[in-house]
Design a protein around this ligand. Structure first.
Ligand code: 7TS
Length: 424
């Protein structure tokens, strides 16, 4: 534990932009454990990031010192708990640079945020023949909710293609926009390729035809500064657990006018203004979309995660991960038979690859025996895998606490797996 506390230092003022971040490993207690008798090399950060002591402690402290239900108590503790909850909303507002905190709705995560928009906005506003435009690189969470909307409303799903490097085909995207396009739903950063989409440009083109735009920011918020006003999007979704925060909590940003015009999607306590057996009326946004007792401790710990992220500095994190990505790309490209999937310019810290003669799952299993945790499979992007003609990839995804030794361990483990398969 003393190691953890030592590591939880503030930024050293003289630190170079990307230097010294590896010392942050000590902020994350789980990174000190071993797995299968080996040092844990955690490279599955796109699935979920590890949690710093500050976040774990914030959640525990909430239950030790502040636990009470929110928005309904006249007693001190309830008011205190409500204040903590609403302070976290303000932290999320600041993280995304939203204009006002009423534009932040707490959800279980990205998936629930997208479903909220699908159920409330899309089912109300779309009719037969309207079009929803997505891209080939979307996570299932940004495909399936729209398919459900289409089945119910008669709207049509359109898909903008990508090039061989994994970049969105912007001309094709523009060509698919038209008077029928009512909604564009696009990933900010692809979880399987690392491609960073030019979301501000996409929003501009989509708005020109009158479409509303949802950005899936699940893979963006922990790796790059996000400014929803500069992007200009109407909705932005993210998950706390990919941002060094707890599971089961995330948020939806929605432009105030849009949220205020949307009907509730779940009914219950906290989302109403008045209830009678004849008719009920709804609270304003965001409460309208937060029925029932929420994950209060999760919200508070998410606030602590945002504080942590800001204390390290999102620009330093981005610079560090880009350097490590370049290092990792060189290390993997030197391995014979390895093919990187997703090589778009300016991509984020995701190394997806296939190896000749070794199925990604077998590779993942062998790497695991060496304590190297990566993801293997389709990464909830089956249509994207089909586009590349592969069943899946092995994927290493970077976070602020990774360093060159982690990438070296990955490369060495891949080479040993190859030796094993070649019977050496
Ligand atoms: N959108 C993107 C781009 C994602 O990467 C993910 C999760 C989601 C949506 C869904 O997020 P959730 O928190 O609601 O589940 N991506 C991954 C992944 O790449 N490996 O495991 C989960």
């Amino acid at each position: 534990m003393s190691v953890v506390l030592q590591g939880a230092r503030a930024n050293a003022p003289g630190d170079a932009p990307a230097a010294g971040l590896a010392a942050r490993k000590a902020d994350f207690p789980i990174l000190a454990r071993s797995v299968r008798g080996r040092r844990l090399v955690y490279l599955d950060n796109a699935a979920t990031t590890q949690k710093p002591e500050a976040v774990i402690e914030a959640e525990a402290r909430y239950y030790r010192e502040s636990n009470a239900n929110i928005h309904r108590g006249v007693h001190w503790l309830s008011q205190h708990s409500t204040d903590l909850y609403e302070e976290s909303r303000e932290r999320v507002r600041a993280l995304l640079n939203a204009a006002r905190s009423e534009e932040i709705v707490f959800t279980r995560g990205t998936t629930e945020a997208i479903n909220l928009v699908a159920y409330s906005w899309a089912r109300t506003n779309l009719k037969a023949g309207d079009e929803i435009l997505i891209t080939t690189m979307e996570h299932h969470s940004n495909i399936v909710p729209w398919q459900l909307v289409c089945a119910q409303t008669g709207a049509v799903l359109r898909v903008a293609p990508i090039g061989d490097e994994g970049a969105l085909d912007l001309d094709a995207f523009d060509a698919l926009l038209g008077p029928r396009t009512r909604l564009v739903a696009v990933a900010h950063v692809s979880n399987a390729l690392g491609t960073v989409n030019p979301v501000a440009r996409l929003v501009q083109r989509a708005h020109a035809v009158g479409a509303v735009v949802l950005v899936d920011g699940a893979q963006a918020v922990a790796h790059t500064a996000v400014d929803v006003q500069a992007i200009g999007c109407d909705f932005y979704a993210f998950s706390g657990h990919k941002l060094y925060g707890p599971t089961g909590i995330g948020a939806l940003y929605g432009r105030h006018e849009l949220l205020q015009a949307m009907p509730p999607w779940q009914g219950g306590g906290d989302m109403i203004r008045t209830v009678s057996f004849e008719a009920s009326t709804w609270a304003d946004a965001p409460q309208r979309f937060e029925a029932g007792t929420p994950n209060i401790a999760g919200v508070v710990a998410l606030g602590a995660a945002i504080d942590y992220l800001r204390s390290v500095g999102i620009d330093r994190i981005a610079a560090h991960e880009h350097e490590l990505l370049a290092y990792g790309t060189r290390a993997l490209e030197a391995i014979p038979g390895l093919r990187l999937i997703g090589t778009a310019a300016g991509k984020a810290g995701i190394l997806s690859f296939t190896i000749d003669g070794i199925h990604p799952h077998d590779l993942g299993t062998i790497l695991d025996t060496e304590g190297v945790a990566i993801r293997a499979g389709h990464h909830c992007t089956m249509p994207l895998m089909k586009r590349f003609g592969i069943p899946g990839t092995a994927r290493a995804s970077l976070a602020l606490y990774n360093d060159e030794s982690d990438v070296d361990a990955l490369a060495a483990a891949i080479r040993r797996a190859q030796d094993l398969f070649e019977g050496k």
